[in-house]
Design a protein around this ligand. Structure first.
Ligand code: BTN
Length: 269
C-alpha cells in the first residue's frame, strides 16, 4: 500500500492560489461528490475532500466509478463561483486543462479526450464528474468537481471493469503530492475561469487534444450521431468536427476513435 492520504500532507503543498481550500481526508465514504453536494448549504469556502475508498463512486452519465484503495485517487473539490449557472458550460474543459497541466509535471504525457477524460497512451487515466447547484448569493454557483485518477492498477482490473485503462505507474510518487498538485492547478484554473470564462483555456485545451486531426465518431450509446475528423474545441467548448456535410459543432455525446481499416474502436470512458 502506498503512503496513506493525509489532510495535513496535502495541505502542506498548497500554493497561494489554493490558500483558502480546506483539506479533508476520509478512510471510506460512499462518494466524495455526494458528500460535498450534501454539505453545500453549510460551506462558505472551498473544500477538498479525498477518500481512500469509495463504496458508491459516481461516474458520468450514471455510470459507476470503481475504486481500488491505494491504487485510485478519489477526491472532490467544492468551489463557489460568482457566475450564474448558465455561464458554467465550459467548466469541464477548463478543469481538464488544469489536470493535464498538473499531471504533466510528474513526467507523464497526458492527453484530453473531449470533454475532459484524461488519457495516457490512448487509455483512460482519469475521469472528472462535475455537479453544480445554485449558490445562495444571486448569480452565484457552486460546483463540486470530482476526480478519479488511476495511480497503480492491480492485475485484472481492466477485465473487471471491461474497458482499457491506464495508470500513472509511478510507485515512487507520494499520492499526497499528486493530489496537492492537482488541487493547486485546479484552484488557479477555477479562479481564472471565474474571471475570463473558457476563452483562457481553448488554446490550451487544443494543445492537449488526444484526437486532433483524427477520424472519430460521436456516439449516443450504440447510436452514431456524427462521423468526421476531430479539429478541436471552439470558444463555446463544442468539439468541432469536419464531416462530409461540413463543419459540425458537437455539444453532447461520447467521442470514439475510428482507426483506418479497423472500424470503430471504442475508447469511451
Ligand atoms: C467519469 O469519467 O465517469 C467520471 C469519474 C469521476 C469519479 C470521481 S472519484 C471522486 C468523485 N466522487 C465520485 O463519486 N465521483 C468522482
Amino acid at each position: 500500500m502506498a503512503i496513506y492520504l493525509s489532510a495535513q500532507r496535502i495541505a502542506a503543498y498548497r500554493t497561494a492560489a489554493a490558500h483558502q481550500v480546506t483539506v479533508e481526508v476520509l478512510d471510506e465514504t460512499g462518494s466524495t461528490n455526494a458528500d460535498l453536494m450534501a454539505r453545500l448549504g453549510q460551506l462558505s469556502a472551498p473544500v477538498l475532500l479525498a477518500a481512500e475508498r469509495q463504496t458508491a463512486g459516481r461516474g458520468r452519465a450514471g455510470r459507476t466509478w470503481h475504486s481500488v484503495p491505494g491504487a485510485v485517487l478519489t477526491f472532490s473539490i467544492a468551489w463557489s463561483f460568482n457566475r450564474p449557472l448558465h455561464t458554467m458550460t465550459g467548466l469541464p474543459l477548463a478543469v481538464g486543462v488544469a489536470l493535464v497541466e498538473a499531471l504533466s509535471a510528474f513526467g507523464v504525457r497526458p492527453q484530453l479526450k473531449w470533454p475532459n477524460d484524461i488519457l495516457k497512451e490512448g487509455k483512460k487515466l482519469a475521469g472528472v464528474l462535475i455537479e453544480t447547484a445554485k449558490g445562495s448569493a444571486a448569480e452565484s454557483t457552486w460546483a463540486v468537481i470530482g476526480v478519479g485518477l488511476n495511480v497503480a492498477l492491480p492485475e485484472g482490473f481492466e477485465e473487471r471493469i471491461g474497458r482499457p485503462v491506464a495508470s500513472l505507474d509511478r510507485a515512487e510518487l507520494d499520492r499526497n503530492h499528486v493530489v496537492g498538485a492537482m488541487m493547486n492547478s485546479m484552484a488557479a484554473a477555477l479562479t481564472q475561469f471565474e474571471q475570463q470564462g473558457l476563452s483562457a483555456f481553448t488554446e490550451r485545451w487544443n494543445r492537449w487534444h488526444a484526437y486532433a486531426g483524427q477520424a472519430v465518431c460521436i456516439l449516443d450509446g450504440e447510436c452514431v450521431l456524427h462521423e468526421g475528423r476531430a479539429i478541436g474545441i471552439d470558444t463555446n467548448g463544442a468539439l468541432l468536427l469536419e464531416t462530409v456535410a461540413g463543419l459540425v459543432d458537437v455539444l453532447a455525446g461520447d467521442v470514439s476513435l475510428r482507426t483506418a481499416g479497423e472500424g470503430k474502436h471504442a475508447v469511451t470512458g
